[in-house]
Design a protein around this ligand. Sequence first.
Ligand code: HEM
Length: 510
Amino acid sequence: KPKNRLPPGPWTLPIIGSLHHLVGALPHRTMMALSRRYGPLMLLRLGEVPAVAVSSAEAVALVMKTNDLTFSSRPSIPTMDILACGGKGIVFAPYGEHWRQMRKVCIMELLSSKQVKRMEGIRAELVGNLIRHIADTASTGAAVNISEKVTRLSNDVVTWAVFGSKFAQQGEYLRTLYDTLALLGGFHLIDFFPSSRLVRWLSNGEHNMKRRYSRVQRIIADIIEGRHEAKEAAGSGACNTNDDDMLDVLLRLQQEDALAFPLTTEIIGTVLFDIVGAATETTGRLLEWVMSELACHPEAMAKAQLEVRKVLGEDHRAVITNSDLAELHYMRMVIKEVLRLHPPTPIILRMNQEDCKIMDYDIPKGTSVYVNIFAVSRDPKHWENPEQFKPERFENSKMDYMGTCSEFTPFGTGRRRCPGIQFSSSLTELTLANFLYHFDWMLPDGATPASFDMSEKFAFTVSRRTKHRKFLFYSDETVIDGFVPLSFSGSWITAFTAVAISFGELNPSV
Ligand code: HEM
């Protein structure tokens, strides 16, 4: 058999391979720097695990579109396999019949347009509570931690969609989920030496993950039991499928026995864990980055505010809803630009189920594929001044984030593209429109955009590293480009009020 022609890669050391290039650094940035030297397909040896990093739009198109089926599985990584729960969920499940069925349930039932629409009133209520809270805090002059607020908002919206309005175990569930995700984003030796009994014996990564994940599953099992009891107590006449949350939908499918396999409580728990995990962190991080970039770019902030205030007018009701947002083109460009510069999940994990040839290189079956969408959306070949925040680059451009353009895939593309795009963008747009409409956001006295620390922290998703940094968000009578500041007399909210905000440590507990 002729020898495989493997992609080039950085120099390796015995046993650890290329690990020394990546440990301790931000992997998406290190891989981007390395790929600029070694090419868009780069071979990495992560301990004993062969991996290929994909870092250009052309390579993304070949891997995730032309050869989508071949690369539509997820790699087997010991700590991640615990969350995959033998492939019972969706996010970490290998490609196959089970994944196909669960994906169909996700798209047709759990994250359908009907479900997103059902959530409209709930989103407006929770965003309204947040706006009221910021206004109240503003009136006392105290600080608002914007990172925590947007994370909590995202948690509340997602858990409401999944489990209904506040449930008793919400705090414990979210704490355990965040602990589990933090562990997933950490470095575990066993993930790089999966065949070594010694490493397995020495490493506590798997043990810790199992402990946390079984706690998550126990909490979900309790919730499900409680739901069964509540339904029995209410009797069958109380059914109203229009109000069904995602758990109700899955329990209905379980009862109908509608799938090709029995929908066990364990499967339901795994799928719901996947959805909450995939939804909360990502949407919260995106909102945090949007506010950070706008704080650094007052001209973009002013332009976005001007648009939302012009479109919605002065006498608009207190909480803006999704149906008011159709004309907010600049705001959407801001969101796109933030997704380009800060994709919440900068690396997408895939695995090829068959041997494959890409760009004349052989990719042997079972290779872990790291699609570095961060590097792709900062590639100077496709983006002018790629490091610059410039929402206007999307003006008159048809480019969206639905996966059609390989140079911009913050939600992935192909068979495994994110099924939560609509869910996420409706919350992001609604929150941002309300933030921009009701308040002026500025840096505190003395601080300049240049001194704002935008450094990153990688842990499953990418967040801002800086903790407990305070920013001012205060009243300003300035007329922005001919726009008369709004007067909210008689309303429960006062626009342009003095508020101190910070971007800081997250506390997902409720
Ligand atoms: C800013 C928000 C979000 C971003 C940037 C994001 C990004 C992603 C990415 C990059 C993937 C992998 C796609 C691939 O392999 O090609 C993914 C998968 C997934 N996302 Fe999202 N996501 C977001 C929000 C959500 C929300 C709100 C939900 C659910 C309510 C969700 C549910 C999922 C699920 C279930 C998968 C796994 C799909 C599969 O493996 O078949 N995501 N997401």
